[in-house]
Write a protein of this length. Structure first.
Length: 470
Protein backbone atom coordinates (compact mmCIF):
# COMPACT_ATOMS: atom_id res chain seq x y z
CA UNK A 1 0.00 0.00 0.00
CA UNK A 2 2.76 2.43 0.89
CA UNK A 3 4.61 1.47 -2.28
CA UNK A 4 1.63 2.32 -4.46
CA UNK A 5 0.88 5.63 -2.75
CA UNK A 6 4.44 6.86 -2.54
CA UNK A 7 5.46 5.84 -6.04
CA UNK A 8 7.75 2.92 -5.18
CA UNK A 9 7.90 0.07 -7.63
CA UNK A 10 5.94 -3.06 -6.78
CA UNK A 11 6.26 -6.47 -8.36
CA UNK A 12 4.01 -7.11 -11.32
CA UNK A 13 2.01 -9.88 -9.66
CA UNK A 14 1.26 -7.80 -6.58
CA UNK A 15 0.37 -4.58 -8.37
CA UNK A 16 -3.40 -4.91 -8.74
CA UNK A 17 -3.83 -6.48 -5.32
CA UNK A 18 -1.91 -3.59 -3.70
CA UNK A 19 -3.95 -1.00 -5.59
CA UNK A 20 -7.24 -2.69 -4.67
CA UNK A 21 -6.25 -2.92 -1.01
CA UNK A 22 -5.21 0.73 -1.03
CA UNK A 23 -8.47 2.04 -2.46
CA UNK A 24 -10.47 -0.27 -0.21
CA UNK A 25 -8.82 1.18 2.91
CA UNK A 26 -9.20 4.75 1.67
CA UNK A 27 -12.85 4.07 0.86
CA UNK A 28 -13.54 2.72 4.34
CA UNK A 29 -11.73 5.64 6.00
CA UNK A 30 -13.56 8.29 3.96
CA UNK A 31 -16.92 6.56 3.80
CA UNK A 32 -18.12 8.03 7.09
CA UNK A 33 -17.57 11.54 5.78
CA UNK A 34 -20.41 11.24 3.27
CA UNK A 35 -22.94 12.23 5.92
CA UNK A 36 -21.05 15.48 6.56
CA UNK A 37 -21.11 16.33 2.87
CA UNK A 38 -24.83 15.57 2.55
CA UNK A 39 -25.69 17.68 5.60
CA UNK A 40 -23.55 20.58 4.37
CA UNK A 41 -25.21 20.51 0.95
CA UNK A 42 -28.69 20.28 2.46
CA UNK A 43 -28.35 23.27 4.78
CA UNK A 44 -25.93 26.08 3.91
CA UNK A 45 -26.37 27.66 7.36
CA UNK A 46 -25.82 24.49 9.40
CA UNK A 47 -23.23 24.70 12.20
CA UNK A 48 -21.27 21.48 12.70
CA UNK A 49 -20.85 20.85 16.42
CA UNK A 50 -19.36 17.34 16.44
CA UNK A 51 -16.61 16.60 13.93
CA UNK A 52 -13.67 15.27 15.92
CA UNK A 53 -15.01 11.71 16.09
CA UNK A 54 -14.40 11.51 12.33
CA UNK A 55 -10.64 11.74 13.00
CA UNK A 56 -10.20 7.98 13.35
CA UNK A 57 -7.16 5.73 13.42
CA UNK A 58 -7.96 4.60 9.87
CA UNK A 59 -8.18 8.18 8.62
CA UNK A 60 -4.84 9.07 10.25
CA UNK A 61 -3.25 5.97 8.71
CA UNK A 62 -4.47 6.92 5.24
CA UNK A 63 -3.28 10.48 5.86
CA UNK A 64 0.18 9.14 6.59
CA UNK A 65 0.24 7.23 3.30
CA UNK A 66 -1.00 10.28 1.39
CA UNK A 67 2.02 12.39 2.43
CA UNK A 68 5.07 12.73 0.23
CA UNK A 69 7.74 10.32 1.33
CA UNK A 70 10.63 12.58 0.26
CA UNK A 71 9.29 15.82 1.77
CA UNK A 72 11.57 17.91 3.96
CA UNK A 73 11.48 17.21 7.70
CA UNK A 74 10.23 19.75 10.24
CA UNK A 75 11.66 20.67 13.62
CA UNK A 76 11.18 17.09 14.83
CA UNK A 77 13.50 15.86 12.02
CA UNK A 78 11.22 12.84 11.48
CA UNK A 79 10.92 11.55 7.92
CA UNK A 80 8.20 9.50 6.27
CA UNK A 81 10.26 6.29 6.42
CA UNK A 82 11.28 6.72 10.06
CA UNK A 83 7.71 7.29 11.20
CA UNK A 84 6.54 4.24 9.29
CA UNK A 85 8.90 1.84 11.09
CA UNK A 86 6.41 1.51 13.98
CA UNK A 87 3.40 2.95 12.21
CA UNK A 88 0.50 1.21 13.99
CA UNK A 89 1.66 2.02 17.51
CA UNK A 90 2.50 5.61 16.58
CA UNK A 91 -0.81 6.20 14.82
CA UNK A 92 -2.75 4.73 17.74
CA UNK A 93 -0.85 6.92 20.21
CA UNK A 94 -1.36 10.00 18.01
CA UNK A 95 -5.09 9.31 17.78
CA UNK A 96 -5.35 9.05 21.56
CA UNK A 97 -3.56 12.36 22.08
CA UNK A 98 -5.68 14.15 19.47
CA UNK A 99 -8.97 12.92 20.92
CA UNK A 100 -8.01 13.57 24.56
CA UNK A 101 -6.61 17.06 23.91
CA UNK A 102 -3.03 16.09 24.84
CA UNK A 103 -1.81 16.67 21.29
CA UNK A 104 0.54 19.66 21.01
CA UNK A 105 1.40 21.34 17.73
CA UNK A 106 5.09 21.97 17.08
CA UNK A 107 6.41 25.17 15.45
CA UNK A 108 7.02 25.12 11.72
CA UNK A 109 10.60 25.13 10.50
CA UNK A 110 11.28 28.22 8.40
CA UNK A 111 12.56 27.59 4.91
CA UNK A 112 13.14 29.76 1.86
CA UNK A 113 12.53 29.09 -1.82
CA UNK A 114 13.64 31.38 -4.66
CA UNK A 115 11.03 33.39 -6.59
CA UNK A 116 11.24 34.12 -10.33
CA UNK A 117 12.09 37.77 -9.62
CA UNK A 118 15.16 36.81 -7.56
CA UNK A 119 13.59 37.31 -4.13
CA UNK A 120 12.91 34.49 -1.67
CA UNK A 121 9.54 33.23 -0.48
CA UNK A 122 9.23 32.04 3.14
CA UNK A 123 7.69 28.63 3.71
CA UNK A 124 6.82 26.73 6.88
CA UNK A 125 7.66 23.04 7.14
CA UNK A 126 5.43 21.39 9.73
CA UNK A 127 6.48 18.54 12.00
CA UNK A 128 5.53 15.12 10.67
CA UNK A 129 2.71 14.35 13.11
CA UNK A 130 1.30 17.81 12.45
CA UNK A 131 1.20 16.96 8.75
CA UNK A 132 -0.73 13.74 9.43
CA UNK A 133 -3.35 15.40 11.62
CA UNK A 134 -3.67 18.38 9.29
CA UNK A 135 -4.29 16.11 6.30
CA UNK A 136 -7.05 14.28 8.19
CA UNK A 137 -8.65 17.58 9.23
CA UNK A 138 -8.49 18.86 5.64
CA UNK A 139 -10.37 15.78 4.41
CA UNK A 140 -13.08 16.30 7.05
CA UNK A 141 -13.48 20.05 6.47
CA UNK A 142 -13.40 19.66 2.69
CA UNK A 143 -16.68 17.77 2.91
CA UNK A 144 -18.27 20.96 4.24
CA UNK A 145 -16.52 23.70 2.35
CA UNK A 146 -16.62 22.02 -1.04
CA UNK A 147 -20.38 22.53 -0.82
CA UNK A 148 -19.87 26.24 -0.06
CA UNK A 149 -17.00 27.28 -2.32
CA UNK A 150 -18.06 28.96 -5.54
CA UNK A 151 -17.47 27.72 -9.07
CA UNK A 152 -14.84 30.32 -10.00
CA UNK A 153 -12.54 29.28 -7.14
CA UNK A 154 -9.91 26.79 -8.33
CA UNK A 155 -6.84 26.81 -6.11
CA UNK A 156 -5.97 23.76 -3.98
CA UNK A 157 -9.35 22.10 -4.39
CA UNK A 158 -10.13 18.51 -5.39
CA UNK A 159 -10.31 18.03 -9.18
CA UNK A 160 -9.83 21.76 -9.86
CA UNK A 161 -6.39 21.97 -11.42
CA UNK A 162 -4.60 25.08 -12.72
CA UNK A 163 -5.49 24.08 -16.27
CA UNK A 164 -9.19 24.16 -15.43
CA UNK A 165 -8.72 27.71 -14.17
CA UNK A 166 -6.88 28.56 -17.38
CA UNK A 167 -9.72 27.01 -19.39
CA UNK A 168 -12.27 29.09 -17.48
CA UNK A 169 -10.51 32.42 -18.09
CA UNK A 170 -9.99 31.58 -21.78
CA UNK A 171 -13.63 30.65 -22.32
CA UNK A 172 -14.88 33.56 -20.21
CA UNK A 173 -13.00 36.18 -22.22
CA UNK A 174 -13.66 34.68 -25.65
CA UNK A 175 -17.35 33.86 -25.17
CA UNK A 176 -18.58 36.67 -22.90
CA UNK A 177 -18.69 40.43 -23.36
CA UNK A 178 -15.27 41.24 -21.94
CA UNK A 179 -13.45 44.41 -23.01
CA UNK A 180 -11.32 45.07 -19.91
CA UNK A 181 -9.26 42.72 -17.75
CA UNK A 182 -8.26 43.38 -14.15
CA UNK A 183 -5.09 41.46 -13.30
CA UNK A 184 -4.97 41.74 -9.49
CA UNK A 185 -2.42 40.69 -6.90
CA UNK A 186 -2.75 40.57 -3.10
CA UNK A 187 0.40 41.72 -1.33
CA UNK A 188 1.92 38.93 0.85
CA UNK A 189 -1.46 37.29 1.34
CA UNK A 190 -0.37 34.20 3.28
CA UNK A 191 1.75 36.32 5.63
CA UNK A 192 -0.98 38.86 6.46
CA UNK A 193 -4.06 36.76 7.25
CA UNK A 194 -5.52 37.96 10.54
CA UNK A 195 -5.91 34.99 12.92
CA UNK A 196 -8.85 36.42 14.81
CA UNK A 197 -10.81 37.25 11.68
CA UNK A 198 -9.90 33.89 10.14
CA UNK A 199 -11.30 32.01 13.12
CA UNK A 200 -14.46 34.12 13.05
CA UNK A 201 -14.97 33.12 9.42
CA UNK A 202 -14.31 29.45 10.20
CA UNK A 203 -16.86 29.59 13.03
CA UNK A 204 -19.60 30.47 10.54
CA UNK A 205 -19.70 26.76 9.74
CA UNK A 206 -17.62 25.00 12.41
CA UNK A 207 -18.91 25.04 15.98
CA UNK A 208 -17.01 22.03 17.34
CA UNK A 209 -14.82 23.55 20.11
CA UNK A 210 -12.25 20.76 19.88
CA UNK A 211 -11.83 21.23 16.12
CA UNK A 212 -11.51 25.00 16.55
CA UNK A 213 -8.97 24.50 19.33
CA UNK A 214 -6.96 22.24 17.04
CA UNK A 215 -6.82 24.86 14.28
CA UNK A 216 -5.79 27.56 16.79
CA UNK A 217 -2.91 25.36 17.96
CA UNK A 218 -1.46 25.30 14.45
CA UNK A 219 -1.90 29.04 13.98
CA UNK A 220 -0.21 29.83 17.31
CA UNK A 221 2.57 27.25 17.07
CA UNK A 222 4.97 29.83 15.66
CA UNK A 223 8.03 29.27 13.48
CA UNK A 224 11.56 28.13 14.22
CA UNK A 225 14.52 29.49 12.22
CA UNK A 226 18.11 28.60 13.09
CA UNK A 227 16.93 27.21 16.40
CA UNK A 228 15.13 30.39 17.47
CA UNK A 229 11.35 30.35 18.00
CA UNK A 230 9.23 33.34 17.09
CA UNK A 231 5.53 33.92 17.69
CA UNK A 232 3.13 34.29 14.75
CA UNK A 233 0.18 36.60 15.25
CA UNK A 234 -0.80 36.89 11.58
CA UNK A 235 -0.48 34.67 8.53
CA UNK A 236 -0.52 30.97 7.83
CA UNK A 237 2.75 29.23 6.90
CA UNK A 238 3.01 28.41 3.20
CA UNK A 239 3.91 24.77 2.82
CA UNK A 240 1.73 23.40 5.61
CA UNK A 241 -1.06 20.98 4.70
CA UNK A 242 -3.84 23.02 6.34
CA UNK A 243 -2.77 26.42 4.98
CA UNK A 244 -4.36 26.17 1.48
CA UNK A 245 -7.76 25.28 2.94
CA UNK A 246 -7.65 28.09 5.52
CA UNK A 247 -6.67 30.60 2.83
CA UNK A 248 -9.53 29.43 0.62
CA UNK A 249 -11.98 29.83 3.51
CA UNK A 250 -10.67 33.35 4.16
CA UNK A 251 -10.94 34.46 0.52
CA UNK A 252 -14.28 32.70 0.06
CA UNK A 253 -15.93 35.03 2.54
CA UNK A 254 -13.77 38.11 1.95
CA UNK A 255 -13.59 38.06 -1.86
CA UNK A 256 -15.70 35.39 -3.57
CA UNK A 257 -19.05 36.01 -1.92
CA UNK A 258 -18.54 39.78 -2.06
CA UNK A 259 -17.85 39.69 -5.81
CA UNK A 260 -20.84 37.40 -6.33
CA UNK A 261 -23.16 39.89 -4.62
CA UNK A 262 -21.54 42.91 -6.30
CA UNK A 263 -21.99 41.31 -9.73
CA UNK A 264 -25.61 40.50 -8.96
CA UNK A 265 -26.69 43.83 -7.46
CA UNK A 266 -24.41 46.55 -8.86
CA UNK A 267 -22.99 45.45 -12.21
CA UNK A 268 -24.77 46.56 -15.36
CA UNK A 269 -22.52 44.77 -17.84
CA UNK A 270 -20.79 41.39 -17.95
CA UNK A 271 -18.39 40.56 -15.10
CA UNK A 272 -16.33 37.36 -14.87
CA UNK A 273 -13.80 36.22 -12.28
CA UNK A 274 -11.42 33.29 -11.95
CA UNK A 275 -9.46 32.83 -8.73
CA UNK A 276 -6.63 30.41 -8.10
CA UNK A 277 -5.51 30.66 -4.45
CA UNK A 278 -4.56 34.33 -3.95
CA UNK A 279 -4.26 35.11 -7.69
CA UNK A 280 -7.38 36.25 -9.48
CA UNK A 281 -8.30 37.74 -12.85
CA UNK A 282 -11.52 39.58 -13.60
CA UNK A 283 -13.10 40.57 -16.90
CA UNK A 284 -15.48 43.52 -17.40
CA UNK A 285 -17.64 44.81 -20.19
CA UNK A 286 -17.35 48.43 -18.99
CA UNK A 287 -14.22 50.17 -17.76
CA UNK A 288 -16.00 52.37 -15.22
CA UNK A 289 -17.35 49.27 -13.46
CA UNK A 290 -13.86 47.78 -13.26
CA UNK A 291 -12.50 50.97 -11.71
CA UNK A 292 -15.40 51.19 -9.25
CA UNK A 293 -15.02 47.56 -8.16
CA UNK A 294 -11.28 47.95 -7.67
CA UNK A 295 -11.80 51.02 -5.48
CA UNK A 296 -14.41 49.28 -3.32
CA UNK A 297 -12.31 46.12 -3.16
CA UNK A 298 -9.33 48.03 -1.78
CA UNK A 299 -11.52 49.44 0.99
CA UNK A 300 -12.92 45.98 1.78
CA UNK A 301 -9.45 44.41 1.91
CA UNK A 302 -8.22 47.13 4.27
CA UNK A 303 -10.89 46.13 6.81
CA UNK A 304 -9.57 42.54 6.69
CA UNK A 305 -5.90 43.43 6.94
CA UNK A 306 -5.20 42.76 3.25
CA UNK A 307 -3.75 45.04 0.61
CA UNK A 308 -3.88 45.14 -3.18
CA UNK A 309 -0.38 45.23 -4.66
CA UNK A 310 -0.58 48.45 -6.72
CA UNK A 311 2.57 47.74 -8.75
CA UNK A 312 1.32 44.30 -9.81
CA UNK A 313 -2.36 45.16 -10.28
CA UNK A 314 -3.32 46.44 -13.72
CA UNK A 315 -6.48 47.25 -15.62
CA UNK A 316 -5.86 46.64 -19.33
CA UNK A 317 -7.95 46.78 -22.47
CA UNK A 318 -8.27 43.17 -23.57
CA UNK A 319 -10.85 41.30 -25.64
CA UNK A 320 -12.23 40.82 -29.12
CA UNK A 321 -12.47 44.58 -29.81
CA UNK A 322 -9.28 45.68 -28.05
CA UNK A 323 -7.06 45.59 -31.12
CA UNK A 324 -9.56 47.51 -33.30
CA UNK A 325 -10.30 50.14 -30.65
CA UNK A 326 -6.63 50.78 -29.88
CA UNK A 327 -5.78 51.03 -33.59
CA UNK A 328 -8.55 53.61 -34.06
CA UNK A 329 -7.01 55.70 -31.25
CA UNK A 330 -3.53 55.36 -32.74
CA UNK A 331 -2.30 53.14 -29.90
CA UNK A 332 -0.23 49.99 -30.13
CA UNK A 333 -1.17 46.35 -29.71
CA UNK A 334 -3.30 45.34 -26.70
CA UNK A 335 -1.40 44.74 -23.48
CA UNK A 336 -0.93 41.23 -22.15
CA UNK A 337 -1.43 39.73 -18.70
CA UNK A 338 0.17 36.80 -16.88
CA UNK A 339 -1.80 34.11 -15.09
CA UNK A 340 -0.65 30.71 -13.76
CA UNK A 341 2.59 30.64 -15.72
CA UNK A 342 1.21 31.84 -19.07
CA UNK A 343 1.25 35.18 -20.82
CA UNK A 344 -2.20 35.76 -22.38
CA UNK A 345 -2.14 37.60 -25.72
CA UNK A 346 -4.95 38.91 -27.94
CA UNK A 347 -4.72 37.05 -31.24
CA UNK A 348 -6.61 35.79 -34.31
CA UNK A 349 -7.23 32.28 -35.63
CA UNK A 350 -5.40 31.35 -38.83
CA UNK A 351 -8.43 30.15 -40.78
CA UNK A 352 -11.23 32.66 -40.31
CA UNK A 353 -9.31 35.36 -38.39
CA UNK A 354 -11.68 35.19 -35.39
CA UNK A 355 -10.62 36.53 -32.02
CA UNK A 356 -8.79 34.09 -29.77
CA UNK A 357 -6.34 34.14 -26.87
CA UNK A 358 -2.82 32.87 -27.47
CA UNK A 359 -1.08 31.57 -24.39
CA UNK A 360 2.69 31.57 -24.17
CA UNK A 361 5.03 30.44 -21.39
CA UNK A 362 6.11 33.44 -19.32
CA UNK A 363 9.59 34.20 -20.67
CA UNK A 364 11.03 35.02 -17.24
CA UNK A 365 9.94 31.67 -15.82
CA UNK A 366 11.29 29.78 -18.81
CA UNK A 367 14.70 31.42 -18.45
CA UNK A 368 14.75 30.74 -14.69
CA UNK A 369 13.95 27.06 -15.25
CA UNK A 370 16.65 26.69 -17.91
CA UNK A 371 19.12 28.29 -15.52
CA UNK A 372 18.27 25.66 -12.88
CA UNK A 373 18.62 22.86 -15.44
CA UNK A 374 22.06 24.11 -16.58
CA UNK A 375 23.30 24.29 -13.00
CA UNK A 376 22.07 20.79 -12.13
CA UNK A 377 23.24 19.07 -15.33
CA UNK A 378 26.72 20.54 -14.90
CA UNK A 379 26.77 19.11 -11.40
CA UNK A 380 25.73 15.71 -12.84
CA UNK A 381 28.15 15.81 -15.79
CA UNK A 382 30.23 12.85 -14.58
CA UNK A 383 27.18 10.63 -14.09
CA UNK A 384 26.53 7.97 -16.78
CA UNK A 385 24.71 9.33 -19.82
CA UNK A 386 21.61 7.15 -19.19
CA UNK A 387 21.30 8.64 -15.68
CA UNK A 388 21.51 12.16 -17.07
CA UNK A 389 19.10 11.27 -19.88
CA UNK A 390 16.45 9.91 -17.51
CA UNK A 391 16.62 13.00 -15.33
CA UNK A 392 16.41 15.37 -18.29
CA UNK A 393 13.53 13.35 -19.72
CA UNK A 394 11.55 13.83 -16.49
CA UNK A 395 12.30 17.58 -16.55
CA UNK A 396 11.22 18.06 -20.17
CA UNK A 397 8.17 15.80 -19.83
CA UNK A 398 7.04 17.69 -16.74
CA UNK A 399 7.43 20.97 -18.60
CA UNK A 400 5.43 19.62 -21.55
CA UNK A 401 2.71 18.27 -19.28
CA UNK A 402 2.04 21.75 -17.92
CA UNK A 403 2.94 24.15 -20.73
CA UNK A 404 1.95 21.98 -23.70
CA UNK A 405 -1.23 23.92 -24.52
CA UNK A 406 -2.48 24.78 -28.04
CA UNK A 407 -0.62 27.76 -29.48
CA UNK A 408 2.46 27.33 -27.27
CA UNK A 409 4.37 24.84 -29.40
CA UNK A 410 7.18 27.27 -30.24
CA UNK A 411 7.84 28.08 -26.58
CA UNK A 412 7.97 24.46 -25.42
CA UNK A 413 10.17 23.51 -28.39
CA UNK A 414 12.49 26.38 -27.48
CA UNK A 415 12.67 25.03 -23.91
CA UNK A 416 13.57 21.57 -25.24
CA UNK A 417 16.30 23.10 -27.41
CA UNK A 418 17.63 25.03 -24.42
CA UNK A 419 17.85 21.81 -22.39
CA UNK A 420 19.67 20.13 -25.29
CA UNK A 421 22.24 22.94 -25.41
CA UNK A 422 22.71 22.76 -21.65
CA UNK A 423 23.35 19.01 -21.96
CA UNK A 424 25.91 19.58 -24.71
CA UNK A 425 27.69 22.18 -22.58
CA UNK A 426 27.81 19.81 -19.59
CA UNK A 427 29.10 16.84 -21.60
CA UNK A 428 31.81 18.97 -23.17
CA UNK A 429 33.09 19.84 -19.70
CA UNK A 430 33.63 16.19 -18.73
CA UNK A 431 37.20 16.09 -20.02
CA UNK A 432 39.52 17.41 -22.70
CA UNK A 433 38.40 14.65 -25.08
CA UNK A 434 34.75 15.55 -24.60
CA UNK A 435 35.33 19.04 -26.03
CA UNK A 436 35.11 17.57 -29.52
CA UNK A 437 31.50 16.52 -28.95
CA UNK A 438 29.42 17.93 -31.83
CA UNK A 439 25.84 19.22 -32.01
CA UNK A 440 24.98 16.37 -34.45
CA UNK A 441 26.07 13.77 -31.92
CA UNK A 442 24.15 15.38 -29.07
CA UNK A 443 21.08 15.35 -31.31
CA UNK A 444 21.20 11.56 -31.35
CA UNK A 445 21.16 11.55 -27.56
CA UNK A 446 18.34 14.09 -27.54
CA UNK A 447 16.19 11.97 -29.87
CA UNK A 448 16.83 8.95 -27.63
CA UNK A 449 16.13 10.52 -24.25
CA UNK A 450 14.11 13.73 -24.57
CA UNK A 451 10.41 13.65 -25.53
CA UNK A 452 9.34 15.60 -28.60
CA UNK A 453 7.62 18.94 -28.05
CA UNK A 454 3.94 18.20 -28.65
CA UNK A 455 0.65 19.68 -27.48
CA UNK A 456 -0.60 17.80 -24.42
CA UNK A 457 -3.93 19.57 -23.81
CA UNK A 458 -7.09 20.10 -25.88
CA UNK A 459 -8.53 23.52 -26.63
CA UNK A 460 -10.06 25.07 -23.48
CA UNK A 461 -13.63 25.25 -24.79
CA UNK A 462 -13.61 21.57 -25.74
CA UNK A 463 -12.33 20.40 -22.37
CA UNK A 464 -14.59 22.74 -20.41
CA UNK A 465 -17.65 21.47 -22.29
CA UNK A 466 -16.78 17.94 -21.16
CA UNK A 467 -15.83 18.69 -17.55
CA UNK A 468 -18.46 21.35 -16.88
CA UNK A 469 -21.77 20.68 -18.61
CA UNK A 470 -22.97 24.21 -17.73
Amino acid sequence: MAEALEGRLVTKGKFWRVVCDLYAEMGEALNGLDRIREAAARDKNLHFTNLMHHITVDLLRVSYHALKRDAAAGVDEVTWHEYGEDLENRITDLHGRVQSGRYRAKPSRRGWIPKPDGRQRPIGIAAFEDKIVQQAVVWVLNQIYEQDFLGFSYGFRPERSPHKALDAIWVGITQRKVNWVLDADIRSFFDTINHKQLMELVERRIADPRMLRLIRKWLRAGVSEDGEWSKTEVGTPQGSVISPLLSNIYLHYVLDEWVKEWRKKQARGEVIIVRYADDFVMGFQHRYEAERLLKELKELFTSYGLEIHNEKTRLIEFGRFAETNRAARGEGKPETFDFLGFTHICSRTRKNKCFTIRRKTIAKRCRAKLKEVRKEIVRMRHEPVPVQGKWLRSVVQGHLNYFGVPGNINAIDSFRTGVSRAWLFALRRRSQKSRSLTWERIQRLVRTWLPTATVQHPYPDRRLCVTDLR
